[in-house]
Design a protein around this ligand. Structure first.
Ligand code: PEP
Ligand code: MG
Length: 300
């Protein structure tokens, strides 16, 4: 995708020692594109697409997907827009599809569900291929656990692209990257050298590291105690990504919490996708710390 030199000054902040940190927006709903000023961000770091599928019919409505991805790319201008493929299952069950047991947090969710339901995946893939013509599109695959899943989805992109070409439809191959939110993938990131970029999903990484469901209040204290384990996994993953010369960032909620920013910088992260309403706080926090996480002297 686009190099760190994002063309939007507002999306790049400097630490107290002058290291550039890129801030991208998390978009959960297309309505936010109207409310959020793109000048404050280096594009979109995570656009969730689950909002698109209130019903099974919507899920395969290629044109509906396309229109919204195009809007996202237009919002981002010449900065990257990273759209995540449907992350259904877990707590996000699609009405009328599947059963809650097989789509649990440890079951058929994210890319597993997409590969099990090719019609669903292919409609989204076609819309993404068509939309990619309108900007700098990155596609994020959710819940990737083993390299084969990435290969299988890439094959869908290649097949659908060939089909669209035969029908005279203009497309472009987007960069395809992966969420890093399953511990096995996070610990063995070097196996995913065919991923164009990486983004830590700490909301899920925390629940899987702690064996404590993110939506279960009775284990909330354990979930909240995940921070040090998560940071250790992040630091290792950043090392692997750097060795592979691949961009790596974070789009979990940790990055939208100023209290975690110094430790995330110390773990080596330089690209944060944040909730738009937190960006002002995050920006001032970054300015008050060195890139190794130490507070700059005389902070007020
Ligand atoms: C995550 O898991 O951290 C993440 C960003 O994705 P979601 O919260 O949608 O699962
Ligand atoms: Mg997740």
């Amino acid at each position: 995708a686009t190099p760190i030199a994002a063309r939007r000054a507002g999306g790049v902040v400097e630490t107290a020692d002058g290291v550039a940190i890129r801030l991208s927006a998390i978009i959960n709903d297309p309505a936010e594109l109207k409310a959020v000023d793109p000048a404050s961000f280096a594009g979109i770091g995570l656009m969730r697409t689950e909002f698109l599928v209130a019903s099974p019919a919507d899920a395969v409505d290629e044109q509906r997907h396309y229109d919204i991805y195009r809007q996202a790319l237009e919002w981002a201008g010449d900065a990257p827009a990273i759209v995540r493929m449907l992350d259904l299952g877990g707590e996000k069950t699609l009405p009328g599809m599947g059963d809650r047991k097989s789509e649990s947090f440890l079951g058929l969710r994210g890319i597993r569900l997409l590969l099990a339901r090719p019609a669903l995946a292919r409609a989204q893939v076609r819309a993404l291929l068509r939309a990619a013509v309108h900007g700098d599109l990155g596609v994020l695959l959710p819940m990737v656990t083993v390299p084969d899943e990435l290969d299988a989805m890439r094959t869908y992109f290649e097949e659908e692209r060939a089909d669209l070409f035969r029908h005279g439809v203009e497309t472009r191959m987007p960069e395809i990257g992966m969420m890093v939110e399953v511990p096995a993938a996070a610990l063995m990131l070097e196996r995913f050298s065919h991923s164009a970029f990486f983004s830590f999903g700490t909301n899920d990484l925390a629940q899987y590291l702690m064996a404590a469901a993110r939506d279960d209040q009775s284990v909330a204290a354990l979930y909240d105690a995940a921070t040090s384990a998560v940071l250790r996994v992040i630091a290792q993953g950043v090392g692997h990504a750097e060795a592979m010369k691949k961009p790596i960032g974070i789009c979990g909620e940790m990055a939208s919490d100023p209290r975690h920013i110094p430790a995330l910088m110390a773990a080596g992260l330089r690209h944060f996708s944040v909730a738009p309403n937190r960006v002002t706080d995050i920006r001032s926090t970054i300015g008050g710390f060195y890139s190794d996480g130490r507070a700059a002297a005389e902070m007020k």
